[in-house]
Design a protein around this ligand. Structure first.
Ligand code: SAH
Ligand code: SF4
Ligand code: F3S
Length: 452
């Protein structure tokens, strides 16, 4: 196929979670294999893809603003194409063509493999191509075929896509569809492929990773299918670090807690989305666990693993959240001493159960609660980060800093970002860093030994 001479430079802008980040990498690999090239910037690109997120209204609003600017650009540039992939493509669907009439394509998350084909068709003169999530055919098993023309030391590996839960506030089940788990063999094959290419850290990803395979794969010696998967990934030579994202507090049982003690490659950090500290609100959110159940898990983890790092997601201002409910969240916040927290103001998502609840909270109240938690977070994250001062940490080096190219950054096993001066050849390696300074969001230090 010949797409020359013009119009082959693409730029992908990614919003949202790591699932979207992974999808963008996948699209990049597909486009490279179709002979397209990455543009240096959005300005020099003639194909622009917005890989979007719908989880909060603001994310959608921003993306629509950008699409409108791109529509203006299309009017003045020949051979220019732009479109939407990701969750908003499924959530708003055809409506997007009405909001921004010049959009060239809208592709839902489960159809992104079609991106190369869609661009080919556009180049052949077709207009306004729309691929919703209707097909059950998914990407995941083909990942390895297309994947990773783009290889970094740390790779995200999808183990499941979609979500069968029913959280009252959340749009993800609509945008990503029912959960589909990838066969274990296919995941292991991909991890093997990645380590052969130099990957040292894998993050196993899905909406709820600890529910992986529960309907199909039997428990073995009390171990869930997810724990069995972790053990298998752990036994692959060349994998140095394992992470996962996100687990659900329900089903975070002792077999998984024990992995942190039994599997040395499993990093001592868990992202544990609690959402609220009030049982009443958790019930209204349809999160099937209590504050006590969540705390019990976290206490066990901190007891078993020295310096176990814990991050979370919290929503403030969910419909009906009273001062007392919020106080419970504040209390939980102080009790756990989070290393990091993503605090969200509740955002009404049309089509979710919470959207029609009649006790919506005024923005000003959510904002106030948001600020209270952010202030607390600044204190706890600084305190937690300071615990690492004077220690030596193995840092998986990711990239030079954007501000100063002589400075590199990477992550410790506890998922602390570390800045230090060092030679570029360390990128992709694990360097030994003596930590000297901490802020609320990162550490810095000096190179003790180049390689661990
Ligand atoms: N599957 C993950 C979360 C995916 S969405 C889990 O269950 O934990 C990421 C985060 O966005 C959620 O944890 C939640 O805190 C937040 N979120 C989702 N819907 C939201 C909404 N309507 N308003 C505000 N925050 C929301
Ligand atoms: Fe959304 Fe709940 Fe599914 Fe997470 S578990 S993606 S919050 S519905
Ligand atoms: Fe956003 Fe979709 Fe992820 S809604 S958070 S990009 S699954």
């Amino acid at each position: 196929m010949d797409l020359r001479p013009v119009g082959r430079q693409f730029f992908i802008r990614t919003y949202g979670c790591q699932m979207n980040g992974h999808d963008s990498e996948l699209m990049e690999s597909i486009l490279l294999s179709y002979g397209f090239q990455p543009a240096k910037s959005e300005d020099t690109a003639n194909i622009i893809i917005l890989n979007t997120c719908s989880v909060r209204e603001q994310a959608e609003r921003k993306a629509i603003g950008r699409l409108q600017r791109l529509a203006r650009r299309k009017k003045s540039e020949e051979d220019f194409y732009f479109g939407v992939t990701g969750c908003m493509a499924q959530n708003l669907g055809l409506e997007l063509f009405h909001c921004v009439p010049d959009i060239d394509f809208v592709i839902a998350p489960r159809r992104i493999h079609a991106i190369g084909e869609v661009l080919r068709r556009l180049k052949n003169g077709e207009r306004q191509i729309y691929f919703p999530n209707e097909s059950v055919e998914t990407s995941e098993n083909n990942d390895v075929l297309y994947r990773r023309k783009v290889i970094k030391a740390s790779a995200f590996v999808t183990i499941a896509n979609g979500c069968n839960m029913n959280c009252a506030y959340c749009i993800v089940p609509k945008t990503r569809g029912r959960e589909i788990c990838r066969p274990m063999e296919s995941i292991l094959h991909e991890v093997q492929f990645l380590v052969e290419k130099g990957v040292r850290e894998v993050t196993l990803g899905g909406q709820i990773v600890n529910f992986y395979g529960v309907r199909k794969i039997p428990f073995k010696n009390g171990k869930s299918p997810f724990v069995q998967l972790l053990e298998k990934v752990h036994s692959i030579d060349g994998v140095d670090r394992i992470r996962f994202l996100s687990p659900h507090p329900s089903g975070f049982r002792d077999d998984l807690i024990d992995c942190y003690s039994n599997l040395p490659k499993l990093c001592p950090h868990v992202h544990f989305p609690i959402q609220s500290g009030s049982d009443r609100i958790l019930r209204a959110m349809r999160r099937p666990y209590t504050r006590q159940m969540a705390l019990k898990i976290l206490h066990k983890l901190r007891r078993n693993i020295p310096l176990m790092a814990i991050s979370t997601d919290l929503i403030v201002g969910f419909p009906g959240e009273t001062e007392e409910d919020f106080r419970q969240t504040e209390q939980l916040f102080s009790e756990v001493d989070f290393d990091m927290a993503f605090i969200f103001k509740y955002s009404l998502r049309t089509g979710t159960q919470a959207a029609v609840m009649d006790n919506q909270i005024p923005e000003i109240v959510s904002e106030e609660r948001n600020q209270i938690l952010l202030k607390k977070l600044a204190v706890t994250s600084y305190r937690r980060n300071r615990l690492f001062i004077d220690s030596r940490q193995p840092v998986l080096v990711e990239a030079p800093s954007t501000k100063d190219p002589a400075v590199l950054w990477g992550y410790t096993p506890h998922h602390k970002k570390v800045f230090f001066h060092g030679p570029r050849k360390l990128i992709g390696q694990i360097a030994d860093i003596k930590i000297s300074k901490a802020t609320t969001c990162a550490l810095s230090g000096t190179l003790a030994d180049e390689l661990v």
